[in-house]
Design a binder for this molecule. Structure first.
Ligand code: DX5
Ligand code: ZN
Length: 218
């Protein structure tokens, strides 16, 4: 299997101490930054001004997950402020190919996310346009939800399609990832694991990251 990457989600961090919370995950491969607009999902977080400042103090790259409507308009803004990877939802982008090309031309990695009930098959031709495919393993909107096993067959089909294509696309899972579930997702073919409550809910964040890494590689 390919290299395991752990991306803690700062959605579960202490919002009053975000700078320190980013410093606490310096052993991670990236910080997962959830942007929500209260329209695409029933929750609201932060926008580009806050993310730009956080990026300046973060010791790790930013993996931005946009749970917003009008992704075509806003996603390039996150590449512009220095986010290394920008993921938009397939359900929210009007012109995903154009958008992915724009993000890449800005020097960011282009990611596309699918809600649990969105099939992957209609999007397989887009793999060469993408650097990352995110299969949501909970309904987007909130941290701390239970991993949906019903998404595993889709994850397997996505992994097979990526293996069978010449495109180099990372396969990310997000939602309910813990030491109890990460092996299932890894076995199905995921190689990038977002973990919010299982990292920030632990007193020892570095230990939690190592624990997840070990389980995923097992
Ligand atoms: C949920 C977000 C996730 C969230 C995951 O919509 O996209 O990134 O932070 O949290 P956990 O790991 O607690 O399920
Ligand atoms: Zn997320």
């Amino acid at each position: 299997m390919s290299h395991v990457r752990i991306h803690p989600s700062i959605l579960s961090a202490d919002f009053a101490r975000l700078g320190e919370e980013l410093a606490a995950i310096e052993t991670a491969d990236a910080a997962h930054v959830d942007v929500m607009d209260n329209h695409f999902v029933p929750n609201l977080t932060w926008g580009p001004a806050v993310v730009e400042r956080l990026r300046e103090v973060s010791p790790v790259p930013f993996d931005v997950h946009l749970m917003i409507e009008d992704a075509d308009r806003w996603a390039p803004r996150y590449a512009e402020i220095g986010c290394e990877s920008v993921t938009f939802h397939a359900e929210a982008a009007t012109a995903p190919i154009k958008l992915a090309r724009e993000l890449r031309s800005q020097g960011a990695r282009a990611g596309m996310a699918l809600r649990p009930a969105t099939p992957v098959e209609p999007y397989l031709d887009l793999l060469p346009e993408l650097d990352l495919l995110l299969v949501m393993t909970v309904e987007p909107g909130f941290g701390g939800q239970a991993f949906l096993d019903v998404t595993l067959p889709k994850l397997r089909r996505a992994a097979e399609a990526i293996r069978g294509s010449s495109a180099r696309v990372a396969l990310q899972v997000d939602g309910g990832i813990s030491e109890a579930t990460i092996e299932r997702a890894a076995e199905a073919g995921a190689d990038v694991f977002v973990a919010g409550s299982s990292v920030y809910g632990a007193a020892d964040r570095a230990g939690a990251i190592e624990g997840l890494r070990g389980r995923a590689a097992a």
